[in-house]
Write a protein that binds this ligand. Sequence first.
Ligand code: B12
Ligand code: SF4
Length: 520
Amino acid sequence: MRRLRIGILDLVTKSPNPSLYGRIMNANLASIMPQVIGVWCEQEGHDVTLVCYTGLEDLLVELPRDLDVLFIGAFTQSAQLAYALSNLFRQRGAVTVLGGPHARCYPEDARKYFDYVLGFTDRTVVSEMLRDCEPHRPYGAHLSAASQPVGLPTLRERWKFTEATVAKAPTIKIIPMIGSLGCPYTCSFCIDSTVDYQPLGFEDLRDDLAFLLTKVKNPIVGWHDPNFGVRFDDYMEAVEAAVPPGRMRHIAESSLSLLSEPHLKRLRENGFQAILPGIESWYDLGNKSKTRRTGMDKVTQVADHVNMILRYIPYIQTNFVLGLDGDNGNEPFELTKKFIDLAPGAFPAYSLLSAFGRAAPMNLDYQRTGRVLPFPFHFLNNNHAMNVRPKNYSWPEFYKHLVDVTRYSFSWKAIARRIPATPTMIPKWMNVVRAVSSEGFGRIRYHETILGLLDTDRSVRRFMEGETTQLPEFYASRIRRELGPAYNYLPEGALEHDPNAYLHATTEPGLAQLTRPLVH
Ligand code: B12
Ligand code: SF4
C-alpha cells in the first residue's frame, strides 16, 4: 500500500476567538483519540501531521495543502467547522474521515459531508479504512468496531503528539490520560449507559505514569475516564506503584457515590487536586449521585458531602443539568441557590438539557414526543442552546430562572465566598478567572440576551416553540461571525439537520439499512 500523507485535526473549539479562559485552557482539553489515530496511522506506515485546534491557529495554513487523508475529531459544537473543512480538503483532493462524539451521535448527518464516519474505532477499523481509502460520495461509509477498543497505544507511543499539544498551553499544562472505557451504571441520559465498563490494563497505566515522570517534572494528569475510579483500589495501586508521593497531581470526573471519606483520603495522598462530580438535579437522575433523597434533603446531603470533599481535594466542580422533566416551578432553582450558600467552595457548572442525537436512550423519548429542536450543531454545547423544549416551563419562565441562578452563582458575593472556601492558590485563582470569563459573566450576558429576544424577536420565539424551522437571524449571524473564514466553505444545507434522525432510523427499515454501520 502506498505511503499516505495524513492530517489529523483535533477540534477542541469551534471558532477562532477563544475567551481568556479558552486561551489558558483549550490546549488542556485536547482529546486522546486523535493522538491514538496518529500512532496507528504511523504504525501502518504513513506520514502524519496532527494539529490540535485551540482557536488561535490558522487552520488553512497549519494543515498541509496536499493531504491524501484528513481525519477530524469533533464534538457536535464543532460539526459545522468540521463540515466546512472537510469540504475544503475534499476540493483539494483529500479523502475525509470524521470521528469523535459528533460522529457517534449524528452519523446520518455526518455521512453527507465526510467520506468515512467512524463510530467505535479500533486499529482494525482504521487500517480497513486506510486500505479502502476512496471518496464515498454523496454518502460516506459508516464504519464501527463491534465494541470499544480493548487497548490503546501507551503514552510513550503517543508522546510526540501529546507533547506538541500541551506545549500550546501557556501556564497550566494538563496531560490527558485514560484508564477505562464505558461505565457499569446505566443513567439513561448518558452516552455510556449502554457501553460496558472495561479497564484498559493497570500495568500499562503504571508504565504510562512512570514514563510521564521522566518527561515532565511535576505533571498534572487529566483523566478522561467517563467515570474515574470504578475499580478504585486498582487505580490507586497503579498510581502508588509508579509515582513517589508529591510528584504528580490529578484531575478526574467521578460520581459522588465513589467519593467516600476513605477514598478521599487516598485520593489526597495520591495528589488528586480537582474532582468533577455530577449532581445533575435535585429531583431527577438521583441514580447518578446514588442518593434516594430529593429536594432540600438532597441539597443538605450533597452540600455536606461536597464540603467534606473540599477538606481533602482543593478544587471541586459540581455539574448540574437544568431543564429536566422532573423539575417544576421556582423550587429547583431556589434549591441550587441554597446549595451555593451551603457549599460556597464548589464551582457550579450548568448544562442545559441537550439531546445529542444517538447519544442516549432517553433521546428517543424526546424525539418521539416532538420536543427536539433543530438548533444548528454549532450551538449544541450544553450552553448556547437547549435543544429540548422543557416539559414544565415556558421558555421565558425557564430563561428567567436560568439568568437568576447564573447571576447568583457568579455574583461578586459568591465569587468572594469561593475564595476562602478553597484552600490553595491555583483553585482560588481558577475560580475567579472562570467566573469573570466566558463561563460566568459571559454566560450571564448570553442567557440575558436570549431572554430579551424571547420577548422582542418573534422569529426566535417561534423557532424555540417549534412553530417554524426557519433559523432566526440572531443565530445565523452568530455562526457566520464565529466560523470566520471557514464559513465560506460550508456546504449547502450544512446548517440544517434532521433532529429526529435517530428515531427515523429506528422506525423506518429502509433508513436503518442505510445508516447501519459496517461493523467488523
Ligand atoms: C472526558 C470528556 C471530556 C473532557 C475531555 C474532552 C476531550 N477532548 O476528549 C473534557 C472535560 C475537556 C470535556 C469537555 C467537553 N465535553 Co465532554 N466528555 C468527556 C467524556 C466523559 C468521555 C469522553 C472520552 O474521552 N471517552 C474515551 C474515548 C476513547 O472514547 P469515546 O469518546 O467513546 O471515543 C470513541 C469513538 O468516538 C472514537 N473517537 C473518539 N474521538 C475520535 C477522533 C477521531 C479522529 C476518530 C477517527 C475517532 C474518534 O474512538 C473512540 C474509541 O472507540 C464524555 C462522556 C462519555 N461518557 O463518553 C463527555 C462528552 C464527550 N462531552 C460532551 C460535551 C458536550 C462536552 C463539552 C461541550 C461540555 C462543555 N459545555 O464544556 C466540552 C467540549 C470540549 C471540546 N473539546 O469541544 C458530550 C459530547 C456530545 C456531543 N455530541 O458533542 C459527551 C458525550 C457527554 C454528554 N453530554 O453526553 N469532555
Ligand atoms: S455514572 Fe456517569 S458515566 Fe456512568 S452511566 Fe451514569 S452518567 Fe454515564
